[in-house]
Design a protein around this ligand. Structure first.
Ligand code: GDP
Length: 300
């Protein structure tokens, strides 16, 4: 089993006991260990580089107080900065969904095929119904895969929300407009719009979801990304962030054995808060994101 970061750092700094401050010289070997830990967690390389540079600046001159070793002092700085970076402005809490608009509050889901969008729509509908007593309508604009529409219908019914039917011969825009109209007339608080995902980024797909976003003006545009993507998460996140005014991220499949480095990569390239994490295939497997827990997971 891999040692955790504190143990690894302790090994490289054995000779430094008694040093009062973190310096360029005494941090060098330890920063290499931090770098390795981040790469092992599948954080994308450019993100690792930026983060290490930031840590070096922040930690320089930091006092090694009490019984701490320089290694422990540096781990504390890394943990603090990683948490701050991922928690953004919300004091260690996940950023809340902003649904305070005149109803229906529209949530648009974006992401590659297989990322977990449809499952997450079901999970979100369940969460909003159970914790906030919201009346939720869901709709699928995936006109390329009839199975995707059927899948959304199933998960929506499983959580007791309402499903707005659509068919592959309609356009995504017509479907979405029809759903908004229905939601208004039937007093739904929230409309969650599922979209088509492709296996890779492609221009037509981006144009389609950009047009949907412009027409719907959603309260939330959530980018759904698979935590198992590892290094590739950065390119996907970049493409979606450039095409859409994202308001948040859902990181799925964290119940797998991924160390969660994608969280740091996605946060770094989009600057958008991670709002939820998917922790299972079942529809109760959605949790509010905890930056501090994610920092610990990434550091190992
Ligand atoms: P979509 O193509 O983006 O709509 O993705 P789906 O919602 O169809 O999900 C793709 C696969 O990932 C399905 O087998 C889901 O059960 C699975 N999945 C989605 N979210 C999670 C999660 O948080 N954990 C696990 N283990 N599986 C998930």
């Amino acid at each position: 089993m891999l040692d955790n970061l504190t143990q690894r750092m302790a090994r490289v700094v054995k000779t430094l006991r008694g040093e009062a401050r973190l310096t360029e010289a005494n941090m060098q070997d330890m920063l290499r260990e931090v770098r390795l830990a981040l790469l092992e967690a599948d954080v994308a390389l450019p993100v690792v580089r930026d983060f290490i540079a930031k840590i070096r600046d922040k930690a320089l001159g930091e006092e090694v107080v009490g019984s701490l070793t320089p290694g422990q002092a540096l781990v504390a700085v890394v943990q603090r900065e990683l948490t701050a970076l991922m928690g953004g402005d919300y004091d260690g809490q996940a950023a809340p969904l902003n649904l305070s608009v005149s109803p229906p509050a529209i949530i648009l889901m974006a992401g590659l095929q297989g990322a977990g969008k449809t499952t997450t729509v079901g999970k979100l509908a369940r969460l909003l119904r159970e914790t906030q007593k919201k009346k939720v309508l869901t709709v699928s604009c995936d006109v390329y895969r009839p199975a995707a529409i059927a899948q959304l219908k199933t998960v929506t019914e499983q959580v007791g929300a309402e499903f707005f039917p659509s068919t592959p011969d309609q356009t995504p825009l017509d479907i979405a407009r029809g759903a908004v109209d229905w939601a208004k007339r039937h007093f739904h608080d929230v409309l969650i719009v599922d979209t088509a995902g492709r296996l890779g980024i492609d221009e037509a797909m981006m144009q389609e979801i950009t047009a949907l976003n412009q027409a719907l003006r959603p309260a939330e545009t959530l980018f759904v990304v698979d935590a198992m993507l590892g290094q590739d998460a950065i390119n996907t996140a970049k493409a979606f962030n450039e095409a859409l005014p994202l308001t948040g991220v859902v990181l799925t499949k964290l119940d797998g054995d991924s160390r969660g480095g994608a969280a740091l990569s996605v946060r770094h390239v989009t600057g958008k808060p991670i709002k939820f994490v998917g922790v299972g295939e079942k529809l109760d497997g959605l949790e509010v994101f905890h930056p501090d827990r994610m920092a610990s997971r990434i550091l190992g």
